[in-house]
Write a protein that binds this ligand. Structure first.
Ligand SMILES: *Cc1c(COP(=O)(O)O)cnc(C)c1O
Length: 309
Protein backbone atom coordinates (compact mmCIF):
# COMPACT_ATOMS: atom_id res chain seq x y z
CA UNK A 1 0.00 0.00 0.00
CA UNK A 2 2.75 2.47 0.94
CA UNK A 3 4.87 1.66 -2.11
CA UNK A 4 2.18 1.41 -4.81
CA UNK A 5 -1.38 2.43 -3.88
CA UNK A 6 -0.43 5.60 -1.99
CA UNK A 7 1.83 6.64 -4.85
CA UNK A 8 -1.14 6.55 -7.24
CA UNK A 9 -2.96 8.82 -4.77
CA UNK A 10 -0.08 11.31 -4.83
CA UNK A 11 1.29 10.29 -1.42
CA UNK A 12 4.98 9.53 -1.51
CA UNK A 13 6.39 7.26 1.20
CA UNK A 14 10.10 7.02 2.00
CA UNK A 15 11.16 3.74 3.56
CA UNK A 16 13.95 4.18 6.11
CA UNK A 17 15.83 0.92 6.53
CA UNK A 18 17.95 1.85 9.52
CA UNK A 19 18.38 1.58 13.28
CA UNK A 20 19.84 5.06 13.32
CA UNK A 21 17.46 7.87 14.33
CA UNK A 22 19.53 10.38 12.34
CA UNK A 23 18.55 8.60 9.12
CA UNK A 24 14.89 9.25 9.95
CA UNK A 25 15.56 12.90 10.76
CA UNK A 26 17.52 13.38 7.53
CA UNK A 27 14.58 12.03 5.52
CA UNK A 28 12.12 14.63 6.84
CA UNK A 29 11.38 17.47 4.38
CA UNK A 30 8.91 20.39 4.28
CA UNK A 31 6.43 18.04 2.62
CA UNK A 32 6.58 15.31 5.27
CA UNK A 33 3.18 14.81 6.96
CA UNK A 34 3.98 12.07 9.46
CA UNK A 35 6.38 9.37 10.58
CA UNK A 36 4.89 5.88 10.56
CA UNK A 37 6.30 2.82 12.30
CA UNK A 38 5.29 -0.57 13.62
CA UNK A 39 6.08 -1.26 17.30
CA UNK A 40 7.40 -4.68 16.27
CA UNK A 41 8.01 -4.74 12.52
CA UNK A 42 6.97 -7.61 10.32
CA UNK A 43 8.50 -9.82 8.94
CA UNK A 44 11.98 -9.20 10.43
CA UNK A 45 10.64 -8.58 13.96
CA UNK A 46 12.43 -5.32 14.71
CA UNK A 47 11.52 -3.14 17.70
CA UNK A 48 11.03 0.59 17.03
CA UNK A 49 12.48 3.32 19.22
CA UNK A 50 9.10 5.00 19.69
CA UNK A 51 10.31 7.75 22.01
CA UNK A 52 13.19 8.63 19.67
CA UNK A 53 10.91 8.74 16.63
CA UNK A 54 8.33 10.84 18.50
CA UNK A 55 11.06 13.34 19.37
CA UNK A 56 11.99 13.75 15.69
CA UNK A 57 8.35 13.98 14.56
CA UNK A 58 7.52 16.68 17.12
CA UNK A 59 10.66 18.66 16.33
CA UNK A 60 9.30 19.07 12.77
CA UNK A 61 5.65 19.58 13.76
CA UNK A 62 4.34 16.27 12.45
CA UNK A 63 2.64 13.36 14.24
CA UNK A 64 4.08 9.92 14.94
CA UNK A 65 1.70 7.16 13.89
CA UNK A 66 2.37 3.72 15.37
CA UNK A 67 0.97 0.40 14.14
CA UNK A 68 0.81 -1.44 17.47
CA UNK A 69 -0.80 -4.62 16.08
CA UNK A 70 1.96 -7.04 17.09
CA UNK A 71 2.58 -5.66 20.59
CA UNK A 72 -1.09 -4.96 21.45
CA UNK A 73 -1.94 -2.44 24.20
CA UNK A 74 -1.26 -5.18 26.75
CA UNK A 75 2.48 -5.28 25.95
CA UNK A 76 3.06 -1.68 24.85
CA UNK A 77 1.21 1.64 25.14
CA UNK A 78 2.86 3.84 22.48
CA UNK A 79 1.02 7.04 23.49
CA UNK A 80 2.89 6.96 26.81
CA UNK A 81 6.14 7.14 24.76
CA UNK A 82 4.97 10.09 22.66
CA UNK A 83 2.99 8.51 19.79
CA UNK A 84 0.14 10.71 18.53
CA UNK A 85 -1.99 8.16 16.72
CA UNK A 86 -2.00 4.39 17.22
CA UNK A 87 -3.55 1.86 14.85
CA UNK A 88 -4.25 -1.84 15.29
CA UNK A 89 -5.44 -4.61 13.05
CA UNK A 90 -7.94 -6.23 15.45
CA UNK A 91 -7.91 -9.19 13.05
CA UNK A 92 -4.83 -10.39 14.93
CA UNK A 93 -4.35 -10.59 18.72
CA UNK A 94 -7.17 -8.28 19.81
CA UNK A 95 -9.85 -10.63 18.51
CA UNK A 96 -7.31 -13.45 18.73
CA UNK A 97 -8.99 -16.41 17.09
CA UNK A 98 -8.47 -15.75 13.38
CA UNK A 99 -12.21 -15.41 12.80
CA UNK A 100 -13.02 -11.69 12.52
CA UNK A 101 -11.55 -8.83 10.51
CA UNK A 102 -11.30 -5.29 11.80
CA UNK A 103 -9.13 -2.38 12.75
CA UNK A 104 -9.05 0.50 15.22
CA UNK A 105 -7.57 4.00 15.30
CA UNK A 106 -6.64 5.47 18.68
CA UNK A 107 -6.21 9.26 18.68
CA UNK A 108 -4.10 10.45 21.64
CA UNK A 109 -5.71 13.89 21.35
CA UNK A 110 -2.31 15.43 22.02
CA UNK A 111 -1.29 16.59 18.55
CA UNK A 112 -1.76 20.29 17.74
CA UNK A 113 -2.97 20.45 14.11
CA UNK A 114 -2.82 24.24 14.16
CA UNK A 115 0.92 24.56 14.82
CA UNK A 116 1.71 24.86 11.08
CA UNK A 117 -0.15 24.89 7.75
CA UNK A 118 0.49 21.25 6.89
CA UNK A 119 -2.85 19.86 8.02
CA UNK A 120 -5.52 21.77 6.08
CA UNK A 121 -7.99 18.87 6.38
CA UNK A 122 -8.32 19.80 10.05
CA UNK A 123 -7.77 23.55 9.92
CA UNK A 124 -9.91 24.68 6.96
CA UNK A 125 -13.71 24.31 6.49
CA UNK A 126 -15.02 20.90 5.36
CA UNK A 127 -17.53 21.71 2.62
CA UNK A 128 -18.96 18.20 2.81
CA UNK A 129 -19.70 18.54 6.53
CA UNK A 130 -21.52 21.83 7.20
CA UNK A 131 -18.32 23.79 6.63
CA UNK A 132 -16.90 22.90 10.02
CA UNK A 133 -13.23 23.25 10.93
CA UNK A 134 -12.37 20.08 12.81
CA UNK A 135 -9.48 21.49 14.85
CA UNK A 136 -11.72 24.32 16.13
CA UNK A 137 -14.93 22.33 16.57
CA UNK A 138 -13.51 19.10 18.03
CA UNK A 139 -10.25 20.45 19.52
CA UNK A 140 -8.16 17.46 20.69
CA UNK A 141 -10.56 15.00 19.00
CA UNK A 142 -10.09 16.58 15.54
CA UNK A 143 -8.40 13.61 13.89
CA UNK A 144 -10.78 10.95 15.10
CA UNK A 145 -13.85 13.15 14.51
CA UNK A 146 -12.75 13.70 10.90
CA UNK A 147 -12.18 9.96 10.48
CA UNK A 148 -15.64 9.10 11.80
CA UNK A 149 -17.77 11.97 10.50
CA UNK A 150 -16.28 12.29 7.03
CA UNK A 151 -14.25 9.25 6.03
CA UNK A 152 -16.31 6.41 7.50
CA UNK A 153 -19.35 8.04 5.87
CA UNK A 154 -17.68 8.36 2.46
CA UNK A 155 -15.59 5.18 2.36
CA UNK A 156 -17.93 2.83 4.20
CA UNK A 157 -15.21 1.17 6.24
CA UNK A 158 -17.36 -0.01 9.14
CA UNK A 159 -17.38 -3.44 10.74
CA UNK A 160 -20.19 -5.98 10.53
CA UNK A 161 -22.01 -6.56 13.86
CA UNK A 162 -20.99 -10.23 13.97
CA UNK A 163 -17.31 -9.35 13.55
CA UNK A 164 -17.69 -6.73 16.30
CA UNK A 165 -19.24 -9.37 18.56
CA UNK A 166 -16.40 -11.86 17.96
CA UNK A 167 -13.82 -9.12 18.54
CA UNK A 168 -15.31 -8.05 21.88
CA UNK A 169 -15.52 -11.68 22.98
CA UNK A 170 -11.87 -12.25 22.08
CA UNK A 171 -10.73 -9.03 23.75
CA UNK A 172 -11.87 -10.35 27.15
CA UNK A 173 -9.01 -12.90 27.16
CA UNK A 174 -6.30 -10.71 25.61
CA UNK A 175 -4.15 -10.52 28.76
CA UNK A 176 -4.23 -14.28 29.34
CA UNK A 177 -3.46 -15.09 25.71
CA UNK A 178 -0.61 -12.56 25.42
CA UNK A 179 1.17 -13.93 28.51
CA UNK A 180 1.05 -17.44 27.01
CA UNK A 181 2.10 -16.23 23.52
CA UNK A 182 5.15 -14.50 25.06
CA UNK A 183 6.04 -17.46 27.28
CA UNK A 184 5.82 -20.02 24.47
CA UNK A 185 7.68 -17.82 21.98
CA UNK A 186 10.58 -17.17 24.37
CA UNK A 187 10.96 -20.87 25.27
CA UNK A 188 10.92 -21.82 21.58
CA UNK A 189 13.38 -19.02 20.71
CA UNK A 190 15.86 -20.27 23.32
CA UNK A 191 15.40 -23.86 22.16
CA UNK A 192 16.07 -22.96 18.51
CA UNK A 193 19.04 -20.77 19.43
CA UNK A 194 20.91 -23.82 20.69
CA UNK A 195 19.78 -26.10 17.84
CA UNK A 196 22.55 -27.34 15.52
CA UNK A 197 20.42 -27.11 12.34
CA UNK A 198 19.02 -23.62 12.91
CA UNK A 199 21.10 -20.90 11.22
CA UNK A 200 19.84 -17.95 13.26
CA UNK A 201 16.97 -16.90 15.55
CA UNK A 202 15.25 -13.51 15.74
CA UNK A 203 13.30 -12.75 18.89
CA UNK A 204 13.62 -9.36 20.62
CA UNK A 205 13.60 -10.83 24.14
CA UNK A 206 16.65 -13.01 23.53
CA UNK A 207 19.64 -11.51 25.34
CA UNK A 208 21.61 -12.00 22.08
CA UNK A 209 19.13 -9.90 20.06
CA UNK A 210 20.37 -6.52 18.77
CA UNK A 211 16.91 -5.20 19.84
CA UNK A 212 17.13 -6.56 23.40
CA UNK A 213 17.66 -3.10 24.96
CA UNK A 214 14.69 -1.65 23.07
CA UNK A 215 12.56 -4.66 24.07
CA UNK A 216 13.51 -4.11 27.75
CA UNK A 217 12.26 -0.54 27.46
CA UNK A 218 9.14 -0.89 25.30
CA UNK A 219 8.02 -4.49 25.87
CA UNK A 220 8.47 -5.06 29.59
CA UNK A 221 5.83 -7.80 29.84
CA UNK A 222 7.09 -9.80 26.84
CA UNK A 223 7.88 -9.58 23.13
CA UNK A 224 4.69 -11.11 21.65
CA UNK A 225 4.44 -14.22 19.47
CA UNK A 226 6.47 -13.39 16.36
CA UNK A 227 9.65 -15.41 16.06
CA UNK A 228 11.96 -15.74 13.05
CA UNK A 229 14.55 -18.40 12.30
CA UNK A 230 16.64 -19.85 9.50
CA UNK A 231 16.36 -23.56 8.79
CA UNK A 232 19.46 -25.39 7.61
CA UNK A 233 17.46 -27.59 5.25
CA UNK A 234 14.95 -27.37 2.40
CA UNK A 235 12.47 -24.55 3.16
CA UNK A 236 9.53 -26.03 1.25
CA UNK A 237 10.06 -29.49 2.78
CA UNK A 238 10.20 -27.91 6.23
CA UNK A 239 6.93 -26.02 5.78
CA UNK A 240 5.14 -29.03 4.31
CA UNK A 241 6.29 -31.36 7.12
CA UNK A 242 4.78 -29.22 9.92
CA UNK A 243 1.57 -30.67 11.33
CA UNK A 244 0.68 -28.45 14.29
CA UNK A 245 1.76 -25.15 12.70
CA UNK A 246 -0.71 -23.87 10.13
CA UNK A 247 0.91 -22.60 6.94
CA UNK A 248 -0.87 -19.27 6.46
CA UNK A 249 -0.02 -15.58 6.22
CA UNK A 250 -1.91 -14.62 9.37
CA UNK A 251 -0.50 -13.95 12.85
CA UNK A 252 -1.79 -13.44 16.38
CA UNK A 253 -4.10 -16.45 16.28
CA UNK A 254 -4.43 -18.81 19.27
CA UNK A 255 -3.04 -21.50 16.92
CA UNK A 256 0.60 -21.58 15.86
CA UNK A 257 1.08 -20.24 12.34
CA UNK A 258 4.12 -20.21 10.09
CA UNK A 259 4.92 -18.33 6.92
CA UNK A 260 7.76 -18.80 4.50
CA UNK A 261 8.24 -15.22 3.25
CA UNK A 262 10.70 -16.01 0.42
CA UNK A 263 8.23 -18.52 -1.03
CA UNK A 264 4.94 -16.69 -0.37
CA UNK A 265 4.37 -13.14 0.98
CA UNK A 266 7.62 -11.71 -0.43
CA UNK A 267 7.91 -13.89 -3.55
CA UNK A 268 6.99 -10.94 -5.76
CA UNK A 269 9.95 -8.87 -4.58
CA UNK A 270 13.16 -8.81 -6.59
CA UNK A 271 16.21 -10.54 -5.08
CA UNK A 272 17.60 -7.13 -4.15
CA UNK A 273 14.36 -6.07 -2.43
CA UNK A 274 14.29 -9.39 -0.56
CA UNK A 275 17.79 -8.82 0.77
CA UNK A 276 16.81 -5.27 1.78
CA UNK A 277 13.79 -6.60 3.66
CA UNK A 278 16.02 -9.22 5.29
CA UNK A 279 14.25 -12.14 3.64
CA UNK A 280 16.70 -14.95 3.03
CA UNK A 281 15.72 -18.26 1.43
CA UNK A 282 16.01 -20.10 4.77
CA UNK A 283 13.88 -17.57 6.68
CA UNK A 284 10.74 -18.79 8.49
CA UNK A 285 8.44 -16.47 10.43
CA UNK A 286 6.34 -18.09 13.11
CA UNK A 287 3.51 -16.74 15.23
CA UNK A 288 3.76 -19.01 18.25
CA UNK A 289 0.33 -20.05 19.51
CA UNK A 290 -1.08 -21.16 22.84
CA UNK A 291 -0.59 -24.92 22.43
CA UNK A 292 1.50 -27.01 24.83
CA UNK A 293 5.13 -26.00 24.28
CA UNK A 294 6.29 -29.63 24.08
CA UNK A 295 3.93 -30.25 21.16
CA UNK A 296 5.21 -27.09 19.44
CA UNK A 297 8.86 -28.15 19.87
CA UNK A 298 8.17 -31.69 18.67
CA UNK A 299 6.48 -30.41 15.51
CA UNK A 300 9.43 -28.15 14.66
CA UNK A 301 11.97 -30.85 15.50
CA UNK A 302 10.25 -33.36 13.22
CA UNK A 303 10.04 -30.83 10.35
CA UNK A 304 13.74 -29.96 10.67
CA UNK A 305 14.60 -33.66 10.32
CA UNK A 306 12.43 -34.03 7.20
CA UNK A 307 13.83 -30.81 5.68
CA UNK A 308 17.29 -32.39 5.73
CA UNK A 309 16.36 -35.63 3.99
C1 LIG B 1 -2.44 -7.76 9.38
C2 LIG B 1 -1.82 -6.48 9.65
C3 LIG B 1 -2.36 -5.32 9.10
C4 LIG B 1 -3.58 -5.35 8.21
O1 LIG B 1 -4.70 -5.66 8.93
P1 LIG B 1 -5.97 -6.46 8.35
O2 LIG B 1 -6.86 -6.55 9.53
O3 LIG B 1 -5.49 -7.79 7.86
O4 LIG B 1 -6.51 -5.62 7.25
C5 LIG B 1 -1.73 -4.12 9.39
N1 LIG B 1 -0.63 -4.06 10.19
C6 LIG B 1 -0.09 -5.16 10.73
C7 LIG B 1 1.13 -5.04 11.57
C8 LIG B 1 -0.67 -6.41 10.49
O5 LIG B 1 -0.13 -7.50 11.04
Amino acid sequence: MFAKTFKQMGINVKFINSDNLEDFENAVTDKTKCIYTETIGNPRIKVADIEGLAGIAHKYGIPLVVDNTVATPYLCRPIEFGADIVVHSTTKYLSGHGNAMGGVIVDSGKFDWNQNDKFKMFTTPDESYHGIIYADEFKEAAFIAKARAHLVRDLGCCQSPFNAYLTILGLETLHVRMDRHCENALILAKYLESHPHINFVIYPNLVSSPDYKLAQKYLKKGASSLLGFGVDGDGTKFIEALKLFIHATNLGDVRSIITYPAGTTHRQLSDEQKIQAGITNDYMRASVGLENIDDIKEDIENAIKISRT
